[in-house]
Design a protein around this ligand. Structure first.
Ligand SMILES: Nc1ncnc2c1ncn2[C@@H]1O[C@H](COP(=O)(O)OP(=O)(O)OP(=O)(O)O)[C@@H](O)[C@H]1O
Length: 614
């Protein structure tokens, strides 16, 4: 028998482990089961190259919880260890550099992500024992035990079967890890797709002898992301989606990632159906390293705009044991990021080209990813410019940017030669304006979703030769500023007088009045909301910052008085000044009403005044 001290520089390494790993105790299960998987995989490899002799038998891992003896055991049938190996790997190697590591990362919250490996078992144990026997011929079994002090025991034992049994004597504070439900839950979280079958057993559970209980492993050892895309059907992908998200709706489509150079990465990303932007859930992508679950916080690894996707990413090349700031600067992570973005863009373009109809049908959900991506990632923007579509206000027709430009070439270029994209944020409320624009042959597109306001601002900076104007931003004749003027039939005096009549108090509005010669069929007064101020106000309302103060400002509105409307001929002749004033006020209110700007007392006044005039 050998007795000795574990050779780490710090005497009190165990209290440190316990303290720092406090928040993430459950990861010891992942660490130990991963070791058992590694030992099993190693044996398979050695056997395949003829270094391990004989039958391997059923290769499985058993996790056994026993409340009576207060132990949790993890049993594998892998390579096992000889006495020398236990001394080398457990006593010496496992902790070299640990002191330095702890010093460096004392303050960071990342230690929970650091694979402390086998020693993490001491977070929850008073004593840990190893019973192991190597696959090598003519070796004896080995017993190792340590109670959490740096002293250990190591001696040979008789052990029949190959492999390793780790027995943890769970400590007083960690009794939760003796609850079968708790352990099962942890296994399902971390070990769900590990490549070796894992069986969970509650030693305290009574088994009736005449009953054949069918054993089912915890995990799916062969998840579809490790298979070749050519071997898989649409059904396989959808079934796997349901396995990941039992309550999720059928996804729109998916992308199978498979890279082996210059880094290793596999995975499947699903585009979920999104009906409302507020349904968006981030943190739905799970990150694995060789099928071991690592985290569902994929920030920094997946581009921000793709955080909305679901699915799994598996890469042994992502440095998991280091801090976030390091991760951001990591060249591999940057490459992975760029690769995922490219793959997603390629896939979207492929669907757009091959099946535009289905692409357009999915646009309601897809548009959100695409627009978000175009705003935040210039590489993606370049590609997406080809497949971003804009839906006509009439519904059912979609234009790409190029198609819209071509279709509006003749009518919608302004004096600077820019294409003016007319949009509506509310086809019902802005119906009159849309009809007027369409009447002139203009194309109006829908921009109704939460993201559109920001998207429009952003694209105006990024797209050359394009500007956006909301369909009610000006009277229809001025929507596309071509610097053409129609003459008014009124004399200069009459215009001035008319302008005066329209000067009245409207405290909640900031009003500008202009008299213009519009066509005789156009309404006598048109209320419009200047694009710039309205955007600022919308942005202020949506989210604070610099623009927040705009939200508190009065609504800005322009009243364009149509000097060519025949109603003014009689109004300007009206002898009863008070009556004329009221009629003028009513015309203005009607225009404001169409913009949804007539509210509260102003609305009541309008109704009373109308009755009076009648
Ligand atoms: N179940 C096992 N069967 C055989 N060897 C094992 C087993 N568990 C641990 N070992 C040996 O002990 C070594 C140290 O294990 P430990 O978990 O501390 O670190 P690691 O697995 O090498 O690295 P990591 O920090 O990523 O877990 C392993 O490399 C392996 O050689």
């Amino acid at each position: 028998m050998q007795k000795g001290q574990i050779r780490v520089q710090t005497e009190n390494i165990f209290p440190i482990i316990k303290k720092f790993l406090y928040s993430d105790h459950e990861i010891f299960v992942r660490e130990l089961v991963s070791n058992a998987v590694d030992a099993t995989q190693k044996l398979k490899t050695l056997s395949s190259i003829g270094e391990a002799k004989g039958e391997l038998g059923e290769l499985r891992i058993d996790v056994i919880v026993d409340a009576k003896t207060k132990t949790l055991s993890i049993v594998d049938r892998g390579v096992g260890m000889t006495a020398e190996e236990v001394d080398k790997y457990i006593n010496q190697v496992a902790f070299s550099g640990a002191e330095e590591f702890l010093d460096k990362y004392k303050d960071a919250n990342i230690i929970g992500h650091f694979g402390l490996g086998f020693y993490s078992s001491f977070m929850v144990s008073d004593k840990v024992e190893i019973f192991t026997k190597s696959f090598r011929e003519n070796t004896k079994g080995v017993f190792w035990s340590c109670d959490g002090s740096p002293e250990f025991e190591l001696y040979e034992i008789d052990k029949e079967d190959r492999g390793t049994r780790i027995v943890m004597h769970i400590n007083e504070e960690s009794q939760e890890f003796l609850e079968p439900g708790r352990i099962r839950g942890i296994l399902e979280k971390f070990c769900r797709f590990l490549p070796v079958a894992i069986y969970f057993k509650d030693a305290g559970e009574e088994v009736k002898t005449d009953e054949v209980v069918e054993e089912k492993p915890i995990n799916n050892t062969n998840p579809i992301w490790v298979k070749k895309p050519s071997e898989l059907t649409a059904d396989d992908y959808q079934q796997f989606y349901r396995e990941l998200y039992p309550y999720g709706e059928t996804p729109l489509f998916w992308i199978h990632l498979n890279v082996d150079y210059p880094f290793n990465l596999t995975g499947i990303l699903y585009f979920p159906k999104i009906k409302q932007s507020y349904e968006i859930q981030k943190d739905k992508i799970q990150l694995y390293s060789n099928q071991v679950f690592v985290t569902d916080e994929v920030k920094d690894i997946v581009p921000e705009f793709l955080m909305l996707l679901h699915g799994v990413i598996d890469s042994p090349d992502i440095p998991l044991n280091v801090s976030r700031s390091y991760l951001q600067g990591d060249p591999n992570v940057k490459k992975i990021n760029a690769h995922i973005t490219k793959k997603v863009a390629d896939k979207l373009e492929e669907i757009f080209r091959n099946d535009r109809k289905s692409f357009e049908e999915k646009w309601e959900s897809l548009g959100l990813f695409v627009k978000y991506g175009m705003m935040t990632d210039d590489k993606f923007l370049d590609k997406a410019n080809k497949f971003l579509v804009m839906e006509d206000a009439a519904g059912g027709t979609f234009y790409t940017l190029e198609e819209y430009k071509a279709a509006t070439e003749a009518l919608q270029k302004n004096k600077d030669g820019k294409t003016v994209i007319l949009y509506t944020t509310d086809p019902i409320q802005q119906d009159a304006y849309i009809k007027a624009a369409q009447g002139k042959g203009y194309k109006v597109i829908k921009a109704e979703t939460l993201i559109d306001a920001a998207f429009i601002n952003n694209m105006e900076m990024k797209w050359e030769g394009v500007s956006f104007t909301r369909v009610d931003a000006d009277i229809v004749d001025n929507l596309i500023d071509k610097q053409e003027h129609a003459a008014s039939v009124l004399s200069a005096d009459e215009e001035t007088r008319l302008k005066e009549l329209f000067q009245f108090d409207a405290p909640e509005l900031r009003m500008t009045v202009e008299v213009k010669g519009l066509s005789a069929e156009t309404a006598p007064v048109v209320a419009t909301r200047p694009e710039f101020m309205r955007r600022m106000k919308d942005m202020g309302a949506a989210g604070g910052g610099m623009t927040a103060f705009y939200a508190t400002m009065p609504d800005e509105v322009t009243l364009t008085v149509n000097g060519n409307h025949k109603i003014y001929q009689s109004l300007l002749q009206e002898a009863d000044q008070a009556k004329a004033g009221k009629q003028i006020r009513n015309l203005a209110d009607l225009a404001l009403l169409s913009q949804g700007l007539l509210k509260g007392a102003s609305l009541t006044n309008f109704i009373n005044r109308s009755v009076e005039l009648m």
